[in-house]
Design a protein around this ligand. Structure first.
Ligand code: KIV
Length: 289
């Protein structure tokens, strides 16, 4: 589908043509999975900017303003340096750029782990100041009490188990999780604990297929895989990875385009034309009336 947008400068919203789609709701995503079966897989991509959201919105059920923006947008070494203010600024941009998808914003490291009350203070700011519909947090059974606390107070929560990048210093890297039987069982029981606590969906990252299948079977809410098998109830990727913006990407990432090549090719052509004084062309030159 080809969508065009007209920017309303008063509200900063981009109005899509053809007619605006209605925004999906958190319960609609949760209800995709009926009696353990998700007939229509859940489509999620990351988005960090308004323009990116505009382009992805019509094709996605969920847009995740993930804390991966630390590495992707800011060139930070990990997501641990990402702040609540950064997530609020980018989350609000994604909401402004979208009409259809449910926007989920990551709670960054250090803003929710200490207590359910700390999580509520951070999550309520995220929802109030961005207009997003839900937050995502990392961690399994240890976060179940917090997930219940938030959902009972009007804040929908997406969980995230398996490879949890905010725990990189405990995990010792970004390798796949669940290599031992005990660790595999823990990941499945973490997903079950979040599901029981009221999470509306759970990201499962970096696990082998049998763990993803077991977690998907054991939970009543949709599982959303990233490097976790096609058997999850949905999939998510970092948009810049699937667009081919980076040379190095995780092995499980399928590239759907080579945008890095397009950008550097365009910059090279531009630079050559400037240096040859063949730019701007006559049609781009300012003509006094
Ligand atoms: O921060 C992020 O982008 C994420 C996804 C990779 C699931 O958590």
């Amino acid at each position: 589908m080809s969508t065009t947008f007209q920017l309303d400068t008063a509200t900063s919203r981009a109005h899509p043509t053809p007619s605006p789609l209605r925004r999906l709701s958190v319960p609609a995503i949760r209800q995709r999975k009926v009696d353990g079966v998700t007939a229509e897989p859940v489509v999620m991509l990351t988005a960090y900017t308004a323009r990116q959201a505009q382009l992805l919105d019509a094709h996605c059920d969920l847009l995740l303003c993930g804390d991966s923006l630390g590495q992707v947008i800011y060139g930070l070494p990990t997501s641990l340096q990402v702040t609540l203010d950064m997530m609020i600024a980018h989350g609000a941009a994604v909401v402004r750029g979208s009409y259809h998808a449910v926007v989920v914003v990551d709670l960054p490291f250090g803003t929710y782990e200490a207590s359910p009350e700390q999580a509520f203070a951070s999550a309520s700011r995220l929802l109030a100041e961005t207009g997003a519909s839900a937050v995502k947090l990392e961690g399994g059974a240890a976060m179940a009490e917090t997930v219940a606390f938030l959902t009972q107070r009007g804040i929908p929560v997406m969980g995230h188990v398996g490879l949890t990048p905010q725990a990189v210093n405990v995990l010792g890297g970004y390798n796949a999780r669940g290599r031992s039987d005990a660790e595999a069982e823990k990941i499945v029981s973490d997903a079950v604990a979040l599901d029981k606590a009221g999470a509306f969906a759970i990201v499962i990252e970096g696990v082998v297929e049998p763990i993803a299948i077991a977690a998907t079977k054991a939970t009543s809410c949709p599982t959303i895989g990233i490097g976790a098998s096609a058997q999850c109830d949905g999939q998510v990727l970092v948009t810049e990875d699937m667009l081919g913006m980076f040379e190095r990407v995780p092995r499980f990432v399928k590239r759907f385009a080579d945008v890095a090549e397009v950008i550097s090719g365009a910059a090279q052509d531009y630079a050559a034309q400037v240096r040859a004084r063949s730019f701007p062309g006559a049609e781009q030159t300012y003509q006094p009336k």
